[in-house]
Design a protein around this ligand. Sequence first.
Ligand code: NAP
Length: 254
Amino acid sequence: MAGVQDRVALVTGGAQGIGAGIAARLAADGAKVAVLDLNQAAAQATVDQITGIGGTAIALGADVSDGEQVQAAVDQVAAELGGLHILVNNAGVLRDNLLFKMSEDDWTTVMNVHLRGAFLCSKAAQKHMVDAKYGRIISMSSTSATGNRGQANYSTAKMGLQGLTKTLAIELGPFGITANAIAPGFIETAMTKATAERIGITIEQMREANAKNNPVRRGGVPADIANAAAFFAGEESGYVTGQVLYVDGGSELV
Ligand code: NAP
């Protein structure tokens, strides 16, 4: 099976959480993986895990909202790993606040990392994908895209990523490139732990509350999202594009 075997993947925000899970899964499935994060040393920890079990990976330090850093990182990936076939736009931050308390900086930071970051990474990556007439772009949306109290900035960015995904699917499809989005529900990571702390509950309480509200009665883990990413990233998924896959234990159903 071709899958992602010998393909080159770039995963942003890959030092921890969902990004680290996706990087590990793609590497386990045979891809050569570039793990990009703000802090290169943190990205190296994911790389060490991958190489420790025989995978191929490199660590990159870059801010996805900085055009020059993104271009340099993408050039490095292509030079060191031999092209770029799979991009996972995963880097993210939260700056939650009710609208009347949300600062301009809260708004701009979230837009810059999620939307500008995905735009810059996709733009730099598509050059290599178009040259190869092959590519897979996967962006991390969220169930919050349809609206969530305290997340005017994040909801807007996550719905924006769905629009970006569909547009990239239209523009890049003729070059053998697909673009899809994953919209996770609650996934246990540093991001959700920080949110639990901020609202004064434990991560266990947050997990339980989410489990109660979905049909599968459990919280999500990074491997759940990595599984969806592996599907979109696979060569066999070339007829699947412009889609948004909600991976949330069915919580939108109840
Ligand atoms: P996480 O544990 O906080 O990991 C996000 C990673 O992105 C961190 O390593 C972070 O680095 C990095 N990052 C932040 N800003 C960056 C930038 N400008 N350039 C490069 N890297 C940057 O979050 P997660 O829970 O795994 O979330 C991953 C993605 O899934 C995010 O887009 C998030 O919005 C989305 N998502 C998560 C959930 C969930 O329940 N966890 C649900 C729906 C969607 P620092 O730690 O140094 O900031």
